[in-house]
Design a protein around this ligand. Structure first.
Ligand code: FAD
Length: 396
């Protein structure tokens, strides 16, 4: 199959957010192509691969091959080493095999009528000088430069997105909202495969957390995210290496991922004339957890639906496309703003506060404990968290 010179919609980036957007556009009967710079969809994996049950099942019935393990509890480790097990009563989670998952989501897009091209590096946008509307992209496809015209471009080019900037959308993130992340996928580790571990406190991960997500069979993702504010004093790598030397000196590291995860509030206006951004490119990651698979997919889905509507109405203007952020904020963006405020408050907690929270939760019998108890204890230490915690966790 050859790339055509014109589509209704061009999606830049073949991650889960871009593919979800393409599915919606294709389902509505419009022509759409997904351009991915790498030679494989879903590779390299730059992710801890954790997702909530509902986060995944709201889109698809999970295939067995997508799931490495099901997670039914978290172990939270306080700075004083106290280990609190919190069972997931209402919602379990999964550790995905994203190599397979991402691939399959792109296959679903193709089944619905989208075209996918790998080794397709988008170099710039085509912008009409007179109207200022985005009219397509210039792509380096193998060794050829191809101009593709479109009615709308969807920028789904991830955390390092350049499409937004090219199209006049300000996407710069403050350093304090950039988490510096490093993750190793390790073998030869003995873990309960249904329990994830999270370590907090200044010694483990200042302004962030350190995670162990088991994948079963002696395999796990061990990673760390620390606020950009702290990483200049001691790097994320040094924190993680010190931890592994101390706790799991016998593991072998099979793959390494490093990079920034931007954890600001969702972008208020990820749109311009003939252009929308979705997923990480639009800052749709949960700012508290750094998880962006499910919310990016939801952002992509909502964005794709509004793009289909704008094609139906033959109106590709920023004004029409503003229906997309409006809907996105109603569905999850307002909650992400609350998560952002909770994150800010958590960053101001001292190690003694985390120890206090751990002790308080430890006093609740294990079979009666839930994540909300952790946050209730946190509210006791930081009363300013009250309203956001209630809205997010109780939905009032
Ligand atoms: P991506 O998955 O990044 O896809 C963007 C795609 O665009 C890429 O394939 C890229 O190659 C392509 N692209 C970029 N520029 C161009 C261009 N010019 N032309 C063509 N293609 C281009 N989230 C969770 O939910 N759970 C986790 O456990 C988790 N752990 C994480 C751990 C780490 C270390 C990191 C870094 C992130 C983690 N995340 C996690 C975040 C999660 O990976 C992202 O939120 C998610 O992948 C966003 O999907 P996306 O489709 O928006 O972007």
């Amino acid at each position: 199959m050859q790339i055509k010179s014109s589509y209704d919609v061009v999606v830049v980036g073949g991650g889960p957010s871009g593919c979800m957007a393409a599915i919606e556009v294709a389902k509505a009967g419009y022509s759409v192509c997904i351009l991915e710079k790498d030679r494989d969809i879903g590779m390299p994996v730059r992710c801890g691969e954790a997702i909530g049950n509902e986060g995944l099942t709201q889109f698809f019935k999970p295939k067995r091959e997508w799931i490495a393990t099901e997670i039914t509890a978290a172990e939270l480790i306080a700075p004083n080493g106290k280990n609190i097990k919190v069972p997931f009563v209402h919602e379990t989670g999964f550790i995905l095999n994203r190599r397979i998952f991402d691939y399959d989501v792109s296959r679903i897009a193709v089944k619905n009528g989208a075209e996918v091209y790998t080794k397709s590096f988008v170099k710039s946008l085509i912008i009409d000088d007179e109207t200022n509307f985005v009219k397509g992209v210039v792509v380096k496809y193998f060794d050829k430069e191809v101009r593709i015209s479109s009615k709308i471009v969807i920028g789904a080019d991830g955390v390092e997105s350049r499409v937004g900037r090219w199209g006049g959308i300000k996407t710069t993130v403050k350093i304090k909202d950039m988490e510096s992340c490093l993750q190793y996928s390790v073998a030869n580790i003995n873990l309960n495969k249904n329990q994830m571990k999270m370590y907090v406190g200044k010694e483990y991960a200042p302004g962030g957390y350190l995670w162990i997500f088991p994948k079963g069979d002696g395999f796990a993702n061990i990673g760390i995210g620390i606020s950009g504010k702290y990483s200049k004093h001691k790097s994320a790598k040094k924190y993680l290496d010190d931890f592994i030397d101390r706790e799991y000196p016998d593991v072998s590291i099979l793959s390494t991922v490093c990079g920034g995860v931007s954890c600001p509030k969702p972008h208020k206006e990820p749109i311009n004339n003939g252009l929308i951004l979705v997923g990480d490119a639009a800052h749709q990651i949960n700012p508290m957890t750094g998880g962006g698979i499910a919310s990016g997919m939801r952002g992509g889905q909502i964005g794709g639906q509004i793009v289909a509507l704008s094609l139906k109405n033959k109106d590709y203007s920023k004004i029409f496309l503003s229906k997309y952020p409006e809907k996105m904020f109603k569905i999850f963006g307002n909650n992400h703003n609350r998560y952002y405020r909770i994150k800010e408050a958590i960053h101001h907690l001292e190690d003694e506060d985390f120890n206090y929270i751990a002790n308080k939760v430890a006093n609740i019998p294990e079979n009666k404990r839930g994540l909300s108890d952790v946050f209730k204890a946190a509210v006791f230490k930081k009363p300013s968290l009250m309203i956001d915690v209630l809205k997010v966790f109780v939905g009032v």
